[in-house]
Design a binder for this molecule. Structure first.
Ligand SMILES: Nc1ncnc2c1ncn2[C@@H]1O[C@H](COP(=O)(O)OP(=O)(O)OP(=O)(O)O)[C@@H](O)[C@H]1O
Length: 672
């Protein structure tokens, strides 16, 4: 166990350092407030400078509930490794320095030197002798815990355990104070490196991804503030849940979006098998062919009249120009280049006749009616919607585009039984949205951010991953997920494939130590693992959690659920009553009838109440102190990958899991 000295004078000295740091931070803020943007040379620079100053002042705010530092490192007295290091360093959420001497009072957790706080251990003390962790209550420093780094075993940290067991209320919190060494390695991976994390439920994948974003923004501030960082999560309820983490770390300008936000809301639904077929990577070939089938072989030459003169390009010359461009550029820029090259050839003819036309004449010719006619006949302007509409409704066209990629059955699977009248009235599904995005990129290049974090990546189709890959085409990615929690018809079976579809080279790291779910609960849920992802390691939990699991057959599910919710309300923390989607209304009514205040989580809501009715398909990525799962067999039976859904649902609890069933448990769960 870590040493736990409780000398009052040590505590008093640490409190004095906290007070001194707070004063210094106030001075830093006052100094920033005193700076003026008037030095800027012009209006635009002044606006820019003002916004920078505002951000700086906001970043220097002292939030009374957030400790300024959470750890301290004391240097090894001897020479060697530690010679360049300060004798003592405090690690916190941001740099704080003493105005007079510029002496660092607190070092940002992301600074290179702070790495030792997370990584140093008796095996490699990295030049340090002691790590001290601080406990806080409501912003007051109340405890500390010492871990000697110069020998001996370091046991589990009480402060870490308390942090993990702290009741969950409200949105997800940051974990800067307790990032574990294996998590820290991922957080601090270099920007150009894409990393992929396979992690069992509650191993901190989401937390790690968010902290990595904060780390990269700090380390590559200038580059990433230009290109941006994008976080992609499964739904709005999840994004709302994680929304507070980056702002708490001082990063307020990170875009967080669902795949639907990026690609467009689906307007219709379709059977999972159709979605799966449309999500297959081979669709990329089909779409490329479908688009380029619109470029037709020129049948006529070009005649341009200017004044009394007529200039002519023979049909074979037009053909050569089109053939040279076809497929070598994006469709949209190819069309523009085709017009320019036709015009250029006309200019060459003008010059041959002794004229001296300039670039403006080339532009005029490129926009002239005869060129436009050739353009429309050979290289027509098309939109992604027009192409996809044609592909899904015209069997002949689909056959041509699918050559070598899809067989007849596969073509029949994706073709509309009742085609939409026009591309404007088409009810595009989520799978169609990814196809449209692919087409849009074939027409005009999609812009890329500097770094992309994608969570629950196992649920994305190859075509959706390609859409995300385009958005980090010139950047890197952090890919997070769990193959065992894949619940879509197109869920990934291997991370290598995911990375290939994303177009990123990356290493796959596995996290297996769970921070959320008590051991007894995790063992129970892991009975499903051989059936959903047999290749994965069994997850381990940091806490054994005896007594955390209660599985009961009950005669009246509604009454039992209300009773379990009432019991949980006597304890502290949040409560999630996770039910088969179709029964969310019925269980909400049961809670209502029992007089229990509650909310029903919706795809677009953030569910801030203490007691939430959670439809099973929305539980992914979320957690509650007390979870009550109703009728596992119905959850498993509701969808094709229902056992994986059940695995997700059973791994949401921090403190206790109550499973209520009227029917038999699914056989895979019942056996031990
Ligand atoms: N090092 C840590 N210190 C304290 N808490 C941690 C740490 N790592 C993870 N946690 C906590 O464990 C819980 C689970 O983390 P997170 O949601 O990131 O896991 P996950 O792997 O994404 O889970 P899932 O796959 O089930 O969605 C969160 O409450 C998180 O804050």
């Amino acid at each position: 166990m870590p040493a736990e000295p409780d000398e009052p004078e040590t505590l008093a000295a640490e409190r004095a350092h906290l007070a001194e740091s707070r004063t210094a931070l106030r001075r830093m803020r006052e100094h920033a407030e005193g700076l003026s943007a008037d030095v800027a040379a012009d209006w635009v620079s002044k606006q820019f400078l003002e916004s920078l100053l505002d951000q700086r002042i906001a970043a220097l705010a002292d939030h009374p509930d957030t400790p300024l530092f959470f750890g301290r490192m004391d240097r090894d007295g001897g020479a060697g490794d530690g010679a360049d290091l300060p004798a003592v360093m405090y690690v916190g959420r941001r740099h704080v320095h003493d105005g007079d001497e510029g002496r660092p009072l607190v070092l940002d957790w992301r600074a290179p030197v702070s790495r030792a706080f997370y990584q140093a251990g008796p095996a490699d003390p990295m030049g340090w002798r002691l790590r001290r962790r601080f406990g806080f209550q409501a912003g007051e420093l109340t405890a500390f815990e010492d871990e000697p780094l110069d020998g001996g075993e370091i046991g589990p940290s009480r402060i870490l355990t308390e942090e993990i067991e702290r009741p969950r209320t409200g949105p997800m919190r940051d974990i800067v104070a307790t990032i574990q060494p294996e998590q820290d390695v991922i957080v601090r991976a270099d920007l150009p490196r894409s990393v992929c994390v396979q992690g069992a439920p509650g191993t901190g994948k989401t937390a790690v991804g968010l902290h990595r974003a904060a780390y990269l923004l700090f380390t590559h501030r200038e580059r990433l503030s230009r290109s941006g960082v994008l976080i992609v999560g499964p739904n709005r309820a999840f994004l709302a849940y994680i929304s507070a983490v980056l702002p708490a770390l001082g990063e307020v300008r990170v875009e967080q979006a669902t795949i639907d936000d990026l690609l467009g809301e689906p307007l219709g639904a379709e059977p999972p098998a159709v979605s799966a077929a449309k999500g297959d990577a081979r669709m990329a070939d089909v779409l490329r062919k479908a688009l380029w089938l619109h470029v037709r072989k020129p049948e006529q030459g070009l005649v341009v009249t200017r004044g009394a003169a007529r200039y002519r390009l023979a049909d074979h010359e037009v053909r050569e120009i089109a053939a040279a461009l076809r497929g070598t550029t994006r469709y949209g820029s190819g069309r523009a280049a085709f017009a320019q090259r036709l015009a250029h050839q006309i200019l060459v003819r003008m010059e041959r006749r002794g004229e001296a036309p300039d670039d403006r004449v080339q532009d005029q010719v490129a926009r002239s009616r005869p060129v436009k006619e050739v353009l429309d006949a050979v290289w027509p302007k098309v939109t992604a919607e027009q192409v996809l509409h044609r592909l899904l409704s015209d069997a002949d066209f689909l056959r041509k585009a699918s050559k070598g990629a899809l067989d007849e059955d596969e073509q029949a699977a994706i073709r509309w039984a009742r085609p939409a009248r026009s591309h404007r009235s088409a009810k595009w599904t989520a799978a169609d949205r990814a196809l449209l995005d692919e087409l849009n990129d074939l027409i005009e290049r999609t812009t890329s951010v500097g770094h992309l974090v994608v969570d629950e990546a196992q649920d994305l189709s190859a075509m959706q991953l390609r859409a995300l890959g385009r958005r980090c085409g010139t950047g890197s990615a952090t890919v997070l997920g769990d193959l065992a929690q894949g619940t879509t018809a197109w869920s990934a079976r291997s991370w290598k494939e995911v990375l290939t579809h994303l177009g990123q080279d990356g290493e796959v790291t596995e996290l297996t130590l769970g921070f959320r779910v008590p051991g007894t609960v995790l063992d129970f849920a892991a009975r499903l693992l051989p059936h959903v992802a047999p290749e994965l390691e069994r997850p381990r939990s940091l806490r054994p959690g005896p007594g955390a699991l209660d599985v009961r057959r009950v005669p009246d599910l509604a009454a039992a659920a209300a009773g379990a919710a009432r019991d949980a309300l006597t304890r502290s923390g949040s409560i999630g009553l996770i039910v088969p989607d179709a029964r969310a209304g019925a269980f909400a009514a049961a809670l209502e009838g029992a007089g229990l205040e509650h909310e029903v989580l919706g795809a677009d809501s953030d569910g801030t109440g203490r007691l939430l009715v959670v439809p099973a398909t929305l539980a992914k990525g979320l957690e509650y102190d007390h979870v009550i799962v109703v009728e596992p067999a119905a959850i498993a039976a509701a969808e094709a990958r229902g056992l994986a859904r059940l695995y997700v649902v059973l791994t949401r609890a921090v403190t206790s899991l109550t499973v209520l069933h009227g029917d038999d448990l699914p056989a895979e769960l019942a056996m031990s």
